[in-house]
Design a protein around this ligand. Structure first.
Ligand SMILES: Nc1ncnc2c1ncn2[C@@H]1O[C@H](COP(=O)(O)OP(=O)(O)OP(=O)(O)O)[C@@H](O)[C@H]1O
Ligand SMILES: [Mg+2]
Length: 317
């Protein structure tokens, strides 16, 4: 897709009544109710059933997934935490990598990252650290994290002069890949060297897109970056899926955004969409995934469904 395509999409969304609401109209669903499997889901396609994944008899080697979108505030960190927690509930061993100097992932899991002397930054820039000493357990069984704090903001500049500077994170993670089934890397909102490192270490990339005007702006640049990395650094890299976040099923606008995303990316768009709910920021404040903060909430169910869909698609063990 080139930028003229994207502009066409944006224009078509702007010229329609994008902010109109359809109070649970024809294809609207009451809050808390999901269409039964096989009925059209929120993406307009029939919603398949994603079976509960069978338990794993053994663990590893991990599939590495980068959570990536250079646009800020689209749900990368929220998705990393909650998809990770949902996969852990299904018995997967999950390692989350905080790869944003803001440290929101670490803080969102109750880790006081600003007080830590050794974080992902030290693993990237100094020799002689054991990654296992940096990995922290979380309150969720099977869910571990490599924390980050503001120190990481210096790494981008420091690594520029390194040999194989794009492959440093891949090298850092290698010793523990056999211990985990899935590694999720929470990228910062940029396409700089840290994100390039994440994409080089990854098997797949998951792109959260917020359901709002201009959601697609910048996606062409992201796709171009992914293609360059596939060509030059990491031929195995795949787009695992595009995830619509902050969806509001009561607004025509959200539906139009999802429809246009599906029109352009087809089957790469997850059937699962994540609704907008204040439970997510609430859970972050409580430093917990939504799956433990409010286990029966629809938002927890959505991330469990995403975990099952990812597994069903082969994006995770
Ligand atoms: N589905 C949702 N409904 C409501 N609020 C949400 C949802 N997902 C995320 N949020 C909130 O939106 C804000 C941005 O989300 P998040 O931090 O996950 O995005 P991000 O892409 O990681 O942002 P950044 O680019 O700054 O790292 C947070 O306050 C978060 O709690
Ligand atoms: Mg974030």
């Amino acid at each position: 897709m080139d930028s003229s395509d994207i502009d066409a999409v944006v224009t078509s969304m702007q010229t329609s009544d994008g902010l109109g609401t359809s109070a649970n109209g024809a294809s609207g669903h009451l809050p808390g109710t999901e269409p039964p499997a096989g009925q059209p889901g929120p993406t307009g396609r029939p919603l398949p059933t994603f079976p509960e994944p069978p338990p794993l008899a053994s663990h590893g080697p991990a599939r590495v997934i980068a959570m990536c979108n250079q646009k800020g505030g689209v749900g990368k960190t929220t998705t990393t935490i909650n998809l990770g927690a949902a996969l852990a509930e299904y018995g997967r061993r999950v390692l989350l990598v905080d790869f944003d100097p803001q440290g929101a992932l670490s803080v969102g899991l109750g880790i006081p990252a600003h007080q830590l002397d050794v974080t992902v930054y030290n693993l990237l820039t100094e020799r002689g650290h054991d990654i296992r000493d940096v990995i922290q357990r979380t309150k969720v069984e099977g869910l571990d994290v490599i924390p980050a704090n503001i120190d990481l903001s210096a790494a981008e500049v420091q690594l520029v002069g390194e040999v194989a500077r794009e492959q440093i994170l891949a090298r850092v993670l290698r010793p523990v890949l056999d211990d985990y089934d899935v590694v999720l890397i929470d990228c910062q909102p940029s396409l700089g060297l840290l994100t390039v490192n994440a994409l080089t270490a990854a098997h797949g990339v998951l792109i959260p897109l917020e359901c709002e005007f201009f959601a697609m702006r910048g996606v062409a640049l992201l796709v171009e970056t992914i293609e360059k990395i596939t060509d030059r650094l990491n031929p195995r890299l795949q787009v695992d899926g595009i995830l619509a976040t902050m969806y509001d099923g009561r607004t025509l606008h959200s539906k139009e955004v999802v429809a246009s995303v599906v029109e352009h990316f087809g089957e790469r768009v997850f059937h699962t969409v994540i609704s907008r709910t204040v439970k997510f920021p609430d859970a972050t404040l409580a430093a917990e995934p939504i799956t433990t903060y409010d286990s029966t909430h629809k938002g927890a169910g959505a991330y469990r469904q995403l975990a099952r869909e990812l597994i069903a698609r082969g994006g995770a063990a």
